[in-house]
Design a protein around this ligand. Sequence first.
Ligand SMILES: [Zn+2]
Length: 199
Amino acid sequence: MKNRIFERCVGELSRLPGIGRKTAVRLALHLLKSDAQLVKNLAESMTELKEKTVFCKVCGNLAEEPICHICQDGYRKNGQLCVVEEAKDIFVLENTGFFRGLYHVLGGRISPLDGIGPQDLSIDRLLERIAAEGITEVIIATNPDIEGETTAIYLSKVLKNKGVRVTKIASGVPIGTNLEYTDELTLFKAMEQRTEFHD
Ligand SMILES: [Zn+2]
């Protein structure tokens, strides 16, 4: 008889990004052999994540309240706003500890091949925020690949004549390397040596 319960767990795990059937089987076996409390904690943390974590309605960061801790922090309203593709990029930049301003999550990047255009990104909201929150510098920190660069160029055009300084993190981030795989020192330098945007 087929092991229905085991197969169900493998099936659920293999729905996750980057998890093929082989890995799912390995993970399910690992869970089976693990301490019962550890598995319980994992299951509970996933349920809690889904039930209690939302995306900040101002910037798009992860939050446990409608507005995230960064947007709520008065000290971070220093006029700087860093634009990233996804909320996960905020984690990476926060780890460097260098940037002390606000963030804005676009929710993706311009990618004609995937049918994603500027209208699918949170760009109108970005423009509203620049006007409403006294932003003086927009730092573009999209990924240094073709889609990220396309998005950066588009943003720089949209932001022209909006009365803000537009900069881009330096090319210390190697081309084709996503921000999440860039080490903190490189990212720290890229942020420090950011340049005026010229398209
Ligand atoms: Zn926020």
